[in-house]
Design a protein around this ligand. Structure first.
Ligand code: FAD
Length: 445
């Protein structure tokens, strides 16, 4: 380490294990600050199992993600489907951006290299720390072993090897139980839509998603690990795809499956750092346990760590994370159970259909413009208007029903009624903003 006054010590060399969003962003930021950053990553164009959805909040924080060389699909509509099949469409004033993870992987690593980081295209097999302490010069420091080579010494070690990597376990102690989500899905070629779909099921603490990308979509479903057998999740997914888009999708699509490590509350959370090392992204479970969003938190943690290292104050990373981000993820953890309760999701979908004001709050939540902090207050303030909008809507629907009953059958159509106007139209193309679809027998619990 290079002493830089007032008790600060800037590491001369940093080894980063893993070149996903967390590691690549950390390497980029370190290199920009003039530190020698070496990224260990065996895979190029890694299509990590993922939806690839990135909210507008992340694009505002990392505007380089809008680089025209990086393909992205910006989606301005979200279909919400309740366990009963009731459906509504929300306009998203701030779009959700959907990336192919292979494109994102390549782009972020290229940026890190352009800034001066080094890439070792290799898997780290083991690492150890030698000498009495890091930072005394000479040969002390971290040594990393890859197939046929030993690298180092490095002053500082960053674990960015994702949910299934072992760096976090060996640095921060044994695996932490609980909070794991099972995700499975397909990359569906040719499924191109202009909306994302989120579908809830009774008894599932998770949801199904369809996130269209450029020439394909990532369609998946997730639920708390152990809650339902993977075969059940697969059956729900397959049924949804067949009902919506016709038969044969699983056969012509590539499958994926992976665990998502939701942040654990309080003391359950793994330590973010120790003497001479730190963990970022999924390696230390920095994932929203409600939405399972992790790309933004991975990049943010990588960047916050790099900034603390460049300042010569590594310890400020954990402190900054705790003061700025921990409470968001903890809030999500506290409310995830209730959010996926059937009654709640039914009401949410129905109310969003009835109240543009509530729909706007939810859209802001999806885009990340509305943090969890302050959500309760905003909802309480909006409640009177939401109630008025819902009553007006109810009155309109009742009025239309009685007109239809008393009229000659030539009155205006109500596309929100079950069965109306759907014949011969593929479900995905129907245009009503609030639809109720019969749920098939196995859908839901
Ligand atoms: C099914 C599913 C759907 C998801 N959908 C979304 C979504 O829509 N939006 C969202 O924001 N998040 C989503 N997530 C979460 C998101 O994928 C992760 O939070 C994010 O990828 C974390 O980034 P990371 O850099 O920490 O880890 P990763 O992206 O997992 O990157 C880790 C990297 O480390 C490398 N590595 C591993 N071991 C070693 C080693 N020994 N040596 C060298 N390199 C190594 C790997 O090759 C990999 O490139 C989803 C996750 C899953 C599983």
């Amino acid at each position: 380490m290079k002493a830089s006054g007032a008790g600060r010590a800037v590491p001369r060399s940093v080894a980063i294990i893993g070149g996903g969003p967390a590691g690549a962003q950390c390497a980029r930021r370190l290199a920009e600050a003039g530190l020698a950053a070496t990224l260990f990553e065996p895979r190029i164009a890694f299509e990590k199992p993922c939806g690839g959805g990135v909210p507008a909040r992340a694009m505002a924080r990392f505007p380089f993600l809008l680089d025209p060389r990086l393909p992205v699909k910006a989606i301005g509509t979200c279909a919400l489907v309740a366990p009963s099949g009731r459906e509504t469409e929300l306009p998203l004033p701030d779009p959700l951006y959907v990336f192919s993870r292979a494109d994102l992987h390549t782009h972020l690593i290229d940026r890190a290299l352009a800034a001066g980081a080094r890439l070792e295209r290799a898997r780290v097999l083991s690492f150890s720390r030698e000498g009495a302490g890091v930072g005394r010069g000479g040969a002390d420091g971290w040594r990393l072993r890859t197939a046929g080579a030993v690298h180092g010494p490095f002053d500082y070690l960053v674990g960015a090897d994702g949910a299934s990597g072992g760096v976090g376990r060996s640095l921060a102690g044994g695996p932490r139980q609980g909070g794991l989500t099972q995700g499975i899905g397909y990359y569906v070629p040719g499924l191109v839509e202009e909306r994302i779909t989120l579908k809830f099921y009774e008894g599932l603490h998770g949801y199904l998603w369809v996130f269209p990308r450029g020439d394909h979509a990532s369609a998946g479903i997730c639920g708390t690990l152990g809650e339902r057998p993977v075969a059940d999740l697969r059956a729900l997914m397959d049924r949804w795809l067949a009902e919506r888009y016709g038969p044969g999708i699983p056969e012509r699509s590539e499958r994926y499956a992976a665990l998502i490590p939701g942040a654990l509350p309080g003391t359950g959370q793994a330590p973010l750092q120790g003497d001479g090392w730190a963990l970022v992204g999924d390696a230390t479970r920095l994932v929203d346990p409600l939405t399972r969003e992790g790309i933004y938190y991975a990049m943010l943690s990588g960047e916050m760590l790099a900034d603390a290292l460049a300042r010569g104050r590594p310890g400020e990373y954990a402190a900054a994370w705790r003061s700025r981000q921990s409470e968001e993820l903890a809030w999500a953890g506290r409310h995830a159970e209730g959010f996926f309760d059937r009654r709640f999701s039914e009401r949410l979908v129905a109310l969003c259909a009835a109240s543009p004001r509530l729909a706007r709050v939810l859209a802001d939540l999806i885009s990340g413009r509305q943090p969890y902090r302050g959500l309760k207050r905003r909802l309480l303030l909006a409640a009177p208007l939401v109630a008025v909008e819902a009553l007006l809507r109810l009155r309109r629907v009742r009025g239309r029903r009685s007109t239809d009953r008393s009229g000659d059958g030539c009155g205006p159509a109500d596309a929100s009624r079950p069965g109306h106007g759907t014949q011969g139209t593929p479900p995905a193309r129907r245009s009503s903003r609030d639809r109720r679809r019969p749920e098939s027998a196995a859908g839901g619990a």
